[in-house]
Design a protein around this ligand. Sequence first.
Ligand code: SF4
Ligand code: SF4
Length: 72
Amino acid sequence: MAKGRVEIYTEACKSCLYCVNTCPKHVLGTTSAVNSKGYQYAVPVNPDDCIGCAMCATICPDAAITVYREVG
Ligand code: SF4
Ligand code: SF4
């Protein structure tokens, strides 16, 4: 199965949580940390479960997520 890795540009995150609710593998969540605009940003809380499907990046309205697919 394809493995993936997500990077979140936390300063662009507006805490809409679309990515958290969309990820089929429950990879994403939030912490209590906030960015400079005061938004509680999304983070990969279960990074090892990412399959690289990129649904999170597709749905993010602020283009804050980049997905890298790892082969092998
Ligand atoms: S790429 Fe897919 S599995 Fe990985 S965090 Fe995004 S939605 Fe979840
Ligand atoms: S979809 Fe984008 S803006 Fe919304 S919580 Fe996720 S990373 Fe942040």
